[in-house]
Design a protein around this ligand. Sequence first.
Ligand SMILES: [Ca+2]
Ligand SMILES: [Ca+2]
Length: 414
Amino acid sequence: MKMKWLAFVAALLIPAAITTAVPSAEAATPTSPFVVVVKATADPAAVAASVDTTPTFVYRSAITGFAAALTPSQKTQLAKASDVVSISADSPLSVSDNGAQSATAALKTQQVPAGVRRIGALASPTAAIDGVDTRVNVDVAVLDSGIDGDHPDLPNLAGGVNCTSEKGVGDQLGHGTFVAGEIAALDNKIGVVGVAPGARLWSVKVINRTGTGTVGQLVCGVDWVTAHSDVIHLANVSIVAGGIDDGACGTTNGDVLHQAICNSVAHGVTYVVGAGNGATDASTTIPAAYSEVITVSAFADYDGLPGGLANATCPDTTPDDAFASWFSNFGPGVDFTAPGVCVLSTLPDRSYGVHEGTSMSTPYVTGAAALYLANHPGASPAQVKQALLTQADLGGAIGDPDIPPTPIVNAAGL
Ligand SMILES: [Ca+2]
Ligand SMILES: [Ca+2]
């Protein structure tokens, strides 16, 4: 009996001890993440301070606002504030990568990946791919999981920003390093070569090592690119979330990512984004659905040539030169298609590997846009899209569900 009584007393005491350990009732109130847009004339940091919240991010370039975890009472207070335009729940997003198909050790002799050949980059005088390290004079932001700047094929990492809670602008996932290599791996004697070899890469880290992030993190990246739009005119976004195009830059449906990207495009930044890997119409995937960006689907190419003659070079059943029907999104909002199956590129720790997804087709179009911008540094996003369309192969991929088929990007004349 005595033991049971002691146990009962202990049970009463333990919750009391835990309660007294909590500093205040306020801190115990659950919070949820939000993105708050304020008037352009307001100071977003001051608005956040007015309700005693510490913002995760403060935005001053693509939108004016902040991201923060808010209690219900803080949210109610902000909703009444005259400087607040909107309060949107922050939401998750992820990379559009189907994952690794295989890993490759260091490549001691440079290979020109099939996708680079398939889109005609070997014929581009600007790319000048010949095994001699001359570098394309253009800046490209990679909004992704970071870039491994220690990679021997990626010393062209110029800088960047970290919009995650992880350390630095390096890459703990591999996705961003892979994308970066497709765009701009050096034309030297080793590894692979990108479409725009040696282009200056900016690591805009918005994805965590798990392959996921938040709209608040991606808006942080878009905000940073917009603040540097005097230098950076091109951005790759191999990232997807659920959403739609309201046809009004996100002003009627509270889509802060759309608002941010529209403003960034208005600052002269071309955005190239993945269509998504849901094998569905891209109209329900963002940023793919936005009409202001260049959206890219995926097809298979294994030999760098049209004609459908090659066998798969990794475990995939998509026929050579056919649309990647089992995963690639499609639809009238998709602007270009590019190779996205059995793609070879750079991975962290001096290595190389094969991935697939619209995450992998998108950087090939970004590389082509980089070649155009290197020769036309003042071109607007609409001019870049038109130039790529003029050069594209209108025949499209075999079995593309769209009619007419989505043009295959081509860099030969760029
Ligand atoms: Ca190389
Ligand atoms: Ca082929």
